[in-house]
Design a protein around this ligand. Structure first.
Ligand code: SAH
Ligand code: SF4
Length: 345
């Protein structure tokens, strides 16, 4: 499974082969990925066989929605760990949402992944392979009216990327230095692991940062996002401000709208104050209900009213579309419905 091997050490898999074979393989894996090893047309069959299985997971479920412009995969690693990715196509963009962990230990009350608990960290190769798989899909199968390559990668699938820092960092390095993605096109979404944000600020790349805020005071946030008790809002805001200062990259704030919980005028006012101080862009998305959440989604008119309230105060706001609703393409949901929990039932 060559994706589990560091791209700089592929020669170890091809001992005895000339150096140009190693370069050819690296190109197939990272520059022009293909869905099947058989598509690596300039590699002799014997070389391809030596590599074994191309992908470090099996495609257990593939689902399409939104007229073919949303595609969701549930990949299964040999040890049973579940990995989810969602590809969303637009006229000038193709955004892939990837997972950084199988499951998540942080237990946000509204999140399907959180309700499932933690299975294990994903390896840098398992993270990078999700990106390579989607690239191969766009190149070889394609999506209607969508570019034939990824333009954006967001760490908004399963898991908390900054709780798997070293492996996520290595995966980002491979995406940027080996695959050639721009750091700006990669968004790390975090629930607010303060030391992780500070470490990311010290990395050489100007990656984009999204903070999943969901509540603008500690009392409410602590009830939705348990990790807020360890890293309260003031510390989170200071770390985000530090990131902004070092990278000069516009931050985004993610806000999942829950009826009667965080969609009030009071929260809008407090959120606006934070967003203005951080000069952040706010993304609103209606809750995607999960079987275990007690919260309900805010209505469309409430979401619009909340957005108006923020704009009135001078905040930049986008109401995010709910791509893939029909196939439960939100955080951990496909796996939940597949009925197979993965490593630890
Ligand atoms: N752990 C990271 C990244 C993965 S979650 C984080 O929390 O940011 C990616 C995004 O999906 C987060 O903004 C999260 O709050 C949001 N999310 C989780 N469950 C959701 C749900 N049921 N409906 C809508 N958004 C949800
Ligand atoms: Fe983990 Fe993010 Fe889900 Fe919270 S929202 S449980 S941090 S994946």
């Amino acid at each position: 499974m060559p994706y589990l091997h560091p791209p700089e050490r592929l020669d170890e898999l091809l001992e005895g082969e000339p150096a140009y074979r190693v370069d050819q393989l690296r190109d197939w894996l990272y520059r022009t990925p293909v869905l099947s090893g058989q598509d690596m047309t300039n590699l002799p069959a014997a070389v391809r066989e030596r590599l074994g299985l191309l992908w470090p997971f099996q495609v257990e479920v593939e689902q399409a929605a939104d007229g073919g412009k949303t595609r969701k995969w549930l990949f299964r690693a040999p040890d049973g760990a579940a990995i989810e990715s969602v590809l969303m196509g637009y006229p000038r963009r193709a955004t892939l949402c990837i997972s950084s962990q199988a499951g998540c230990a942080l237990g946000c009350t509204f999140c399907a992944t959180g309700q499932f608990g933690f299975e294990r960290h994903l390896d840098p190769g398992e993270i990078t392979a999700q990106v390579a798989y989607a690239q191969a899909f766009l190149r070889q199968v394609g999506m209607p009216g969508t570019p034939d390559h990824l333009t954006n990668v967001v760490f908004m699938g399963m898991g908390e990327p900054l709780a798997n820092y070293t492996r996520v960092r290595e995966a980002m390095r491979r995406m940027i230095e080996v695959m050639g993605l721009s750091a700006r096109s990669i968004t790390v979404s975090t629930v607010g692991i303060v030391p992780g944000i500070r470490r990311l600020a010290d990395e050489p790349w100007p990656a984009s940062l999204a903070v999943s805020l969901h509540a603008a005071d500690d009392e409410l946030r602590g009830s939705l996002v348990p990790i807020n008790r360890r890293y309260p809002l003031q510390e989170l805001e200071a770390a985000a401000a530090h990131y902004l200062e070092k990278k000069r990259r516009r931050l985004s704030i993610e806000w999942t709208m829950m009826e009667g919980v965080n969609d009030t005028v009071d929260q809008a006012g407090k959120l606006a104050a934070i967003a203005l101080r951080l000069r952040a862009h706010v993304n609103l998305i209606a809750l995607n209900p999960t079987p275990l959440t007690e919260q309900r989604a805010s209505s469309e008119s409430t979401v619009k009213g909340f957005a108006r309230e923020l704009r009135r105060r001078g905040v930049n706001v986008t109401i995010r579309d709910t791509r893939g609703r029909a196939i439960d393409a939100a955080c951990g949901q496909l796996r939940l419905l597949s009925g197979k929990p993965g490593l630890t039932p």
